[in-house]
Design a binder for this molecule. Structure first.
Ligand code: HEC
Ligand code: HEC
Length: 442
């Protein structure tokens, strides 16, 4: 369902995995990791297969608000919270004890979920209009009062402390007449305003089939594309890099922008592995083997899995027509100073619209844009392609810039090989690390 850009998510996940693992001296966040209750049933494995058909309330140990969503959708909601509040998982959880309610922030977050859902249900006709981002805007504290330009939102409770306690006790009793859709229409007097001219008259836009066939030609043609069995890209990625491991007990050092070796291998159809080498650490790897998507030993589900599946394809966006419906060219936009045709298409589940931007002149793909969907809300991800060079008769982008609300990763390839043999085992999920001898510190 997501189109394209899986990369970005890949990178973001790489960073968060690295940071979580490092900051908490765990190799792998086993999301429910904890000893099974004495005599109780062992916890089911955290695999996509074990989650299938189960609700979050049934699968996880302590999910109360999101209990009716599919178990496979819970992780996306957690990623979404990280992005909208600008925090990591450990802000609300003790890693390794995700079911525990031992942190105040987790309990606040649960009431925030209830509040947000109640607002949408009672005031916004059940539509997801208010999200965590509506108020938080990437910061963990809501901002009750506007701030001066350049200032940050207050980090301590402010206005909330000095106003009387909320008069409305039961939010579900709000008058449904408050819905904006029930508000009286604005009365316009005088002649109706002339409609705004469109940037480009639709008639001047090409048919979507022509845009894709020009893309195919620009890359080197159907025959050259059809011959691709594998693609190995080696070079660097500039991104947030975690520092090398410090001495035991040293305060965690935050990651900083840096450039490290990176590699992406693909085997067609549908296998990919992305790795980045952070200083002083084992390579961070994540992949998709055609069925199972993984980040370290964690299996991916929902939106995250769909992203990897699409990212495994080459050339980028080559399955867009198959994976979307109502695909059409709907506008012309400037991308990096170049005229680009914008192609839009709905995901099969109707959850969102993805976009591609093709250079109007060269026909090459300049950008793909998608959104990461979760039950709580969504956030955008974009991948930009540049520096196309010919490798074995095919044009391959040597620069890929992945942008999301948490930052940007710039991949630059120095070596790209087509059709070199790659072992299938490279794409399979690594085995979980042996249990650590000492319990993880809180
Ligand atoms: C702002 C707080 C917050 C952050 C940040 C957060 N979570 Fe959660 N998490 C919650 C809340 C609240 C629940 C319980 C939801 C409910 O009751 O419906 C939860 C539940 C969970 C559960 C279910 C545990 C169980 O067995 O009951 C897992 C697993 C989980 N979170 C993983 C993560 C991961 C991984 C991250 C980082 C990607 C993360 N969370 C980030 C607040 C947070
Ligand atoms: C209507 C606005 C609004 C929405 C929507 C909202 N929040 Fe909040 N949130 C706030 C405000 C305001 C505060 C600060 C309260 C305070 O400081 O006492 C806050 C505080 C929090 C805190 C505690 C921060 C701290 O350090 O004390 C967490 C965690 C949190 N929100 C999570 C969420 C999550 C997760 C969502 C989405 C499910 C969400 N919020 C949706 C307004 C909102």
């Amino acid at each position: 369902m997501k189109t394209k850009l899986p990369v970005r998510s890949f990178s973001r996940a790489l960073v968060s995995l690295a940071i979580t693992a490092i900051a908490l001296s765990l190799n792998l966040p086993d999301l429910r990791a904890q000893a099974p209750a004495a005599g109780g049933p062992p916890a089911p494995p955290l695999t996509a297969a074990a989650m299938k058909g189960k609700t979050a309330g049934k699968f996880y140990r302590n999910v109360k608000v999101l209990k009716d969503i599919p178990a496979a959708d819970l992780h996306n909601a957690m990623e979404y919270i990280n992005v909208t509040l600008g925090v990591g998982c450990a802000y609300c959880h003790t890693i390794g004890k995700f079911d525990s309610d031992n942190k105040r922030e987790k309990n606040v977050a649960r009431s925030m979920m209830r509040m947000t859902m109640a607002l949408n249900a009672s005031v916004f006709d059940g539509k997801r209009e208010v999200t965590c981002f509506t108020c938080h805007r990437g910061a963990s504290k809501g901002a009750p009062t506007p701030v001066f330009p350049g200032e940050k939102s207050p980090t301590e409770p402010t206005a909330a402390e000095i106003v009387p306690p909320l008069a409305v006790r039961n939010i579900t009793k709000l008058d449904p007449g408050m819905s904006p859709s029930k508000a009286p229409a604005t009365v316009v007097s005088g002649p109706a305003a002339a409609p705004k001219p469109m940037a480009v008259a639709p008639a001047s836009l090409p048919a979507v089939a022509d845009v894709f066939s020009k893309y195919t030609q620009a890359l080197g043609g159907t025959a050259a594309i059809g011959k691709v069995t594998s693609l190995v890209e080696k070079g660097t990625v500039e991104m947030l890099v975690p520092p090398p491991p410090g001495p035991q007990g040293a305060p965690p050092v935050p990651p900083a922008i840096g450039t490290v070796p990176a590699e992406i291998d693909r085997k067609l159809p549908g296998k990919v592995v992305v790795s980045a080498q952070f200083p002083g650490r084992a390579p961070n790897r994540e992949g998709f083997d055609g069925i199972i998507g993984w980040i370290g030993p964690r299996e991916l589900t929902g939106s995250e899995l769909a992203l990897r599946r699409e990212f495994a394809e080459f050339p980028p966006a080559s399955k867009f027509m198959e994976d979307h419906f109502q695909v059409q060219v709907d506008a012309m936009e400037k991308i990096g100073g170049r005229d680009a045709y914008r192609v839009v298409g709905k995901r099969p589940d109707g959850s969102a619209i993805d976009r591609l931007y093709f250079d109007a002149q060269t026909g090459l793909l300049l950008r793909s844009y998608t959104t990461m969907q979760s039950v709580l809300g969504s956030f955008p991800e974009e991948t930009n392609y540049d520096d196309y060079r010919v490798v074995s008769g095919l044009k391959v982008p040597f620069t890929m810039v992945v942008v999301d609300p948490e930052g940007k990763q710039t991949y630059k390839w120095s070596q790209v090989e087509l059709n070199t043999p790659v072992e299938d085992s490279r794409f399979t999920k690594p085995l979980p690390p042996p249990p650590s001898p000492t319990p993880a510190a809180d």
